[in-house]
Write a protein that binds this ligand. Structure first.
Ligand code: NDP
Length: 234
């Protein structure tokens, strides 16, 4: 079975590993990008998830090429860290808009085709920080915790239509996002990870492809941590 898969932010980092894992299984994979172009072998659609019209246009493009999206991975995300007292309204709402409202926008748009097909798999990429909190990350943690409520509500609304909605909560994974952290912060984090190392993007991709597989048809509304034990299963 070759499904139509869309990964937001699939042009690099965790999203790209997820997109490549689906492609390796034989699925038809599209990724959104904001101008970088598409990685080789994948269909690239230009889309910033902060705009509903852009989201709609990107889905129309994927539908024309691959058919209605059957597997959606809401992966696009940003950080803008600073301590609570210094955080501006704009810093808070900008991160919420990209990470949480953006995920809502793509899930809502994807659900239309999934309802018609009576089939769908939605996976939201949250974070260990969403459930444990993070100093300097009030905006990011709120956005990532919010995804759990979104997924569980969708699971309840659409469960009888053979549509599942789950959350993967990565710990610290080697990507551009974590490369940007200061060295002492990286050491501090590793000291708390039972596995004693960062995770790889492929380890996140394995969890996502599993949740989208037939074997996971009875799993919905779940949060799957892939964090080397950092969140202790939450
Ligand atoms: P990167 O910073 O490497 O990549 C982020 C991706 O999101 C890029 O593709 C970027 O696109 C895209 N993106 C950001 N904002 C938007 C937007 N408004 N519209 C569309 N696309 C957007 O991050 P990672 O690969 O590390 O992270 C991927 C996801 O995993 C994120 O949601 C992140 O929060 C989560 N995560 C990451 C962890 C880690 O340790 N790395 C840990 C826990 C969770 P562009 O290339 O155009 O900038």
């Amino acid at each position: 079975m070759s499904r139509s898969v869309l990964v937001t932010g699939g042009n690099r980092g965790i999203g790209l590993a997820i997109a490549r894992a689906f492609a390796a299984q034989g699925d038809k994979v599209a990724v959104t990008h904001r101008g970088s172009g598409a990685p080789e072998g994948l269909l690239g659609v230009k889309c910033d998830v902060t705009g509903s019209a852009e989201v709609d246009a990107a889905f129309a493009e994927v539908e024309a090429a691959h058919g209605p999206v059957e597997v959606l991975v809401a992966n696009a995300g940003i950080t803008d860290d600073t301590l609570l007292l210094r955080m501006t309204d704009d810093q808070f709402t900008r991160v919420l808009d990209a990470n949480l409202t953006g995920a809502f926008r793509v899930a809502q748009r994807a659900s239309k085709g999934m309802l018609r097909k009576r089939y769908g798999r939605i996976v939201f990429i949250s974070s260990v920080v969403g459930l444990m909190g993070g100093a300097g990350q009030v905006n990011y943690a709120a956005s990532k915790a919010g995804l759990v409520g979104v997924a569980r509500s969708i699971a309840r609304e659409l469960g009888t239509r053979n549509i599942t909605a789950n959350v993967v909560a990565p710990g610290f994974i080697t990507t551009d996002m974590t490369d940007a952290l200061p060295e002492d912060r990286k050491k501090q984090i590793l000291a708390q990870v039972p596995s004693g190392r960062y995770g790889t993007t492929d380890e996140i991709a394995a969890a996502v492809t599993f949740l989208a597989s037939d074997a996971a048809a009875y799993i919905t509304g779940a949060v799957l941590p892939v964090d080397g034990g950092l969140g202790m299963g939450h």
